[in-house]
Design a protein around this ligand. Structure first.
Ligand code: RFL
Ligand code: PHB
Length: 423
């Protein structure tokens, strides 16, 4: 397999590992905890599960290794906004029935700056909407589909290690309950998130990381209260950013920008609601229904990309390769476009033996990743208070918001990015 993924900016070149040819389908359980499959997927989060489901539906054998328990994976409260590309991919994977019934179509979103609020019309400007449906629900649906196919997932996989990614016969070793296991495969899909082993398995000299750490985080609260507005509100105020989101008509998700020193224990529900009300327009604050939080967490904000997203037969997908600040709601959606490109490459490879799609994977994925990175960085920079921000900087934010509020072309550009650029 020719590898076109030279590390960006002249930082070395990925090893060339040619694929001799697709392995026969059908997983073979061998003796002594040794198993053979076509694609070993590291990580049982949304990227790994979606890739596994698409592969299984096309008769391509795969095994998923997940470090945590299923209950733990399903307890994470994360994304809530799905682009049409992800919705279409979930349909293609045969897991969109509940999403079609319960997902909420959003044709626009509200943006406020101090007490002034306006709407960006997604459907009117781009012809497309987004769907509000929790990542937890997507993951739940994907696990249910995995159960139905009977394809294996090894939970609580420890000491996961990738071997021979730059050869034509990679394998993955791990332990479950102390017992050593080995999977021989054609390809390894690194879907193990930002802290996983896959990216770290790529030699430093072939990979280049690009990173921006923001000097704040988001404090998020989930509460069984009706959402304050039927659309999302992205709010910039003198006291910092706030976001009013939702999961369904009875479940709200709210975030406020916080300093990196904040601790969840210091935020009582009353303190959170009081702060949120001070950051959103007063007419919205007046109608906010408050109640006990059922989950509270703090997430730091970061932009991160590693290049290339492939080394030999190891392909990185989703948060394993890139992170965006959540302001543009792009993380899960980018994971989905990676899965789409990788799945297309693998499908071609197993159907014809051609490696064109796999060879193009990193470049195709990165082109879309960087555009989403730019949008997330822009929206984050526009809406947050920065510790060293001057009066001039705040006026610049206000002027840009004012331009967005009054300029149709600016609104269309924002909406096109928000609903998701084409794959
Ligand atoms: P995940 O979800 O981190 O899953 C990786 C899985 O790999 C496992 N793992 C390992 N397994 C085996 N061996 C190892 N050595 C392993 N190391 C790790 C982990 O246990 C885990 O199960 O990555 P994936 O699948 O790439 O999915 C990415 C998304 O989860 C992420 O991008 C989004 O949640 C980001 N995000 C949002 N994205 C959106 O598109 N729209 C949103 O509205 C949105 N809101 C958000 C967000 C992320 C947030 N936080 C908390 C970071 C809001 C927040 C607050
Ligand atoms: C969410 O509902 O969790 C959510 C929505 C929009 C974002 C980020 C998070 O930009």
């Amino acid at each position: 397999m020719d590898c076109p993924d030279g590390g960006g900016d002249g930082h070395g070149k990925a090893a060339d590992a040619s694929v001799a040819g697709p392995r026969d389908g059908g997983m073979n359980g061998l003796s002594n905890g040794r198993v053979k499959t076509q694609v070993a997927i590291i990580g049982g989060g949304p990227s790994g599960l979606l890739l596994g489901q698409l592969l299984s539906r096309h008769g391509i054998d795969n095994v998923i290794l997940e470090q945590r328990t299923r209950a733990h994976v399903l307890s994470r409260i994360r994304a809530g906004v799905l682009e049409r590309g992800l919705v279409e991919l979930l349909r293609e994977a045969g897991v969109a029935d509940r999403l079609e019934r319960e997902g909420i179509r959003h044709d626009g979103a509200l943006i406020s700056f101090d007490d002034e609020m306006f709407r960006v019309d997604f459907t009117g400007t781009t012809g497309h909407a987004v769907t509000v449906y929790g990542q937890t629900e997507v993951t739940h649906d994907l696990y249910a589909a995995r159960d139905a196919t009977g394809a294996p997932v090894h939970f609580e996989a420890e000491e996961v290690a990738i071997h021979g990614a730059d050869s034509d016969a990679p394998h993955v070793t791990f332990r479950v309950g102390g017992a050593p296991m080995r999977i021989d495969c054609d390809v390894v899909a690194g879907c193990d998130g930002f802290h996983g082993v896959s990216r770290a398995s790529m030699p430093r000299h072939i990979r280049r990381d690009f990173e921006k750490i923001y000097p704040f985080g988001w404090l998020g609260v989930l509460s069984e209260t009706p959402p304050v507005n039927e659309e999302l509100i992205y709010a910039s105020s003198e006291r910092g950013f706030a976001l009013c989101s939702m999961r369904n008509p009875r479940l709200s998700r709210y975030y406020i920008q916080c300093s990196l020193e904040e601790r969840v224990e210091d935020w009582t529900d009353d303190r959170f609601w009081d702060e949120l009300k001070r950051r959103i327009p007063s007419d919205q604050a007046d109608r906010l229904v408050t109640g006990p939080s059922i989950e509270t967490s703090i997430a730091p904000l970061r932009s991160f990309v590693t290049e290339p997203m492939r080394w030999g037969r190891l392909f990185l997908c989703g948060d394993a390769a890139h992170i965006v600040p959540p302001t543009g709601a792009k993380g899960l959606n980018l994971a989905a476009s990676d899965v789409h490109y990788l799945f297309e490459g693998l499908r071609e490879f197993y159907a014809t033996g051609a490696t064109r799609g796999l060879d193009a994977y990193s470049d195709r994925a990165l082109r879309r990743v960087w555009k989403a990175e730019r949008f997330s960085w822009w929206f984050t920079s526009l809406m947050h208070r920065f510790p060293d921000q001057t009066g001039f900087d705040r006026r610049m934010q206000r002027a840009e918001i004012d331009f967005l509020r009054t300029n149709a072309a600016a609104q269309t550009a924002m909406a096109e990015n928000y609903v998701g650029l084409p794959y």
